[in-house]
Design a protein around this ligand. Structure first.
Ligand SMILES: *Cc1c(COP(=O)(O)O)cnc(C)c1O
Length: 399
């Protein structure tokens, strides 16, 4: 298939893409790939420059500077929680670890979590000195069964519950609050992909549980590397900020064993520029979501509530058969795919020794899932091409 030029019809001149092809935008992409699985698009230099000039003027480069403050404020408004309840950190993985630590969960206790998640979730749990115990997910929600979690959480050696908003899909946070209250175990929400789902008046309003969002370049709203912790209690957000700045709280004396997980003013500059253009960016994500929803074969299963009133930056589909031959067929036609969550955390060498429940659904999903090309300026023709190939591959698999 010939390389398709990027659709340059744009709603904001600020995102001026040059009249170039996808290939030259991604010079590191191997020749045989016509449609990459991801092609992130962050604010351009021109959008960021006004903020960089502010940094020049301020001569303040990191340590909760004025741009970091402004970003924290605008994100707090975006999520409807306010400035005080947001802590910005270097990435979501670190944010999750710090959130677990800020809750004071006893080291060495078990943390109940799905295996069906990105491996960073398990890294964050181990990074907080907890032991993952993997549970399966329900086919309807792609999340652990709340009754199973509540039952397991009664064991003395369980310290915390870690729940993932799968690929940005909304969770019933009231339900998880209830479980936290009844079991006395804090629930931490890995909402890495749920930047938009959490927006003020969006489908997943923050409740009592602590939530962590990723601002990585491949997520729906990216600023390179970054993350945000959203808390119910402002003191808890301040505790996370303290843990992210050497344990300093008002003096240069370390109050806790801590780390350095602050964001610099340069990162904040990209974030502020991104927020200036979030609406047109979100419209592009919506457009790609809608085009896929119309063209995908009906036999594939999408994340719960996919694209209903929220956008995210990936499209993981569960095929009715093994994904191997499907991804092979797509690759042979120049379409790149990825298995975003692989075959579950429990199959990763680093976490294979962790305790776990039986994981039949996770194993099915690991075998049958495929991450399809999904990026803001993917064209209708490209989406039709991918879906037609997927259809053919599934039919071939059935004969
Ligand atoms: C992306 C992602 C992470 C990691 O986020 P970083 O900001 O890259 O550390 C963690 N969990 C899930 C579910 C993710 O999708």
């Amino acid at each position: 298939m010939a390389t398709q030029p990027i659709d340059l019809k744009d709603d904001s001149s600020a995102f001026q893409a040059s009249s170039t092809t996808i290939r030259s935008l991604a010079p590191h992409r191997p020749d045989h790939i016509d449609i990459p699985v991801a092609l992130p698009r962050l604010p351009t230099t021109d959008c960021i420059t006004p903020y960089l000039r502010q940094i020049d003027q301020n001569r303040w480069y990191t340590n909760q500077g004025p741009l970091c403050d402004a970003l924290q404020d605008r994100l707090g408004q975006f999520w409807g929680v306010g400035y005080e309840r947001v802590a910005l950190v270097t990435n979501a993985t670190t944010g999750l670890s710090l959130a677990l630590r800020a809750h004071g969960i006893p080291a060495g206790t078990r943390c109940l979590m799905p295996s069906w998640t990105f491996t960073a979730s398990a890294a964050a749990v181990v990074g907080a000195n907890l032991r993952p115990h993997f549970v399966d997910v329900c086919p309807a929600t792609w999340c652990p069964d709340p009754a199973r979690i509540e039952h397991l959480a009664k064991a003395d050696d369980v310290g915390a519950i870690f729940i993932v908003a799968p690929f940005g899909a909304p969770l019933d946070l009231d339900l998880w609050d209830g479980i936290a209250e009844r079991t006395g175990r804090p629930v931490i929400i890995d909402a890495a992909a749920a930047f938009d789902t959490l927006r003020d008046h969006g489908p997943m309003r923050p409740r009592r549980s602590t939530i962590v969002v990723s601002l990585h370049a491949t997520k729906v709203f990216g600023l390179g590397e970054g993350g945000a912790v959203l808390t119910h209690d402002p003191a808890l957000a301040e505790h996370v900020r303290t843990l992210a700045r050497f344990g300093f709280a008002g003096s240069r004396s370390a109050q806790y064993p801590a780390m350095n997980a602050k964001i610099s003013e340069y990162t904040a500059a990209v974030g502020l520029a991104g927020l200036d253009y979030w609406e047109p960016m979100r419209a592009r994500w919506r457009n790609v979501t809608e085009l896929y929803r119309r063209a995908l074969p009906s036999s594939v299963i999408l994340p719960p509530d996919f694209g209903n009133n929220w956008v995210s930056a990936t499209l993981t589909a569960i095929c009715p058969t093994d994904a191997g031959p499907v991804t092979g067929y797509l690759a042979a036609h120049g379409v790149q795919t990825v298995s975003w969550w692989g075959t579950g955390c429990h199959t990763q060498p680093a976490y294979a020794h962790c305790t776990r429940d039986p994981l039949p659904v996770t194993e099915d999903y690991g075998r049958c899932s495929v991450g399809l090309p999904f990026w803001q300026d993917l064209s209708a023709e490209q989406i039709t091409y991918v879906c037609d190939l997927l259809n053919k591959a599934l039919k071939l698999g059935n004969t």
